[in-house]
Design a protein. Structure first.
Lengths: 198, 198
């Protein structure tokens, strides 16, 4: 006997989540069932709610339920320094250092020709439009220190330097091949402090 | 800055799942967002659907969307042998051996006085009612080979033997301290074949 169809369906959907295999998905599905209708409803509403209420900030492209997002709306944050990151988790990691008082720009990916990700798939056009509307002095490129992140940094540097912008890269305090999202706060803070022009 | 409220809410709900920490929950939440409304709707509907359509089989207490469940409804399955398991994943693990042709009874837990789980919290009353309605010859106790599972097995043996039932326990082919759900099929099949009266 296999599991009942509704359980199989939930297992299938859960197994589409990153890092969740068939076995883990089954455990999670049974937990949802055992936890009862209250939890299932809360989880289901949280899922539909997040897709309904969260969108991209029209300025920095971060995920937010307001527009502009709290960082873009904060007059205390220096609009003349823009830190470019690959994803929202990277932005959150940098915020946890409490060392950065500028604004952000989220690319939603990195250049990866092998995966068919080109400049048009990232929020680069939005960055150019934004810099035209609200000029900046410095662009801090904080893409991941891996092949794709480095390629993205070089591409952006070539694109932005002719506009008269100072383009910097976070220092290689972050270990090569690592993942920005999981770097510790001290390392990230050092990487920010040691940024150099490229 | 923290994440937007709807994201924080989803992270909180996801982190209530077993084995999912704060960091993993955040990754999953961002994946739901990046995957778009189609996936979010499918996942959300699967969650509400499973709680709406799945209930306990009135005979064996397994999770099913039919009543009686396919195993209890199958005339090919020997109703005179009832295998008692702690949870539905254990039932599924035993089914995967293709060695067992009897019926099941799911306790939905094991005796654990330290966690406040007593006989009244398990589907033991339902087992007695069911055995009265449809008599069996043998009860195979396939609770986990850990402290709680052994205690549950002994409790059930004391309860059922006075009723003139043959009470057996799956053989200790399953390693002590292990988890039935994750045992390989050969080990489980051997454990079934080597069951002995207690």
């Amino acid at each position: 006997m296999a599991v009942a169809d509704p359980i199989a369906r939930l297992v299938k959907e859960l197994a589409r989540l990153p890092g969740i295999g068939e076995k883990t998905a089954q455990r999670l599905a049974f937990h949802v069932l055992e936890a009862g209708p209250g939890y299932a409803q809360a989880l289901s509403e949280a899922i539909t709610g997040v897709v309904r209420d969260v969108h991209l900030c029209s300025r920095c492209q971060t995920l937010t339920d307001r527009d502009p997002c709290p960082i873009c709306a904060d007059p205390q944050r220096d609009a003349r320094v823009v830190c470019v990151v690959e994803g929202v988790p990277d932005l959150l990691a940098l915020e946890r250092t409490h060392e950065y008082r500028g604004r952000y720009h989220v690319l939603h990916g990195s250049l990866s020709p092998l995966d068919g990700v080109g400049p048009g798939d990232l929020k680069i056009r939005e960055l150019l439009v934004r810099l035209e509307e609200q000029p900046a002095d410095e662009i801090v490129i904080a893409t991941n220190p891996d092949v794709e992140g480095e390629a993205t940094a070089l591409y952006l540097a070539k694109l932005l330097k002719p506009l008269g912008l100072k383009v910097t890269r976070i220092a290689q305090g972050v270990p090569m091949g690592g993942d920005l999202e999981y770097a510790d706060q001290v390392t990230l803070a050092r990487a920010l402090a040691g940024r150099r022009e490229i």
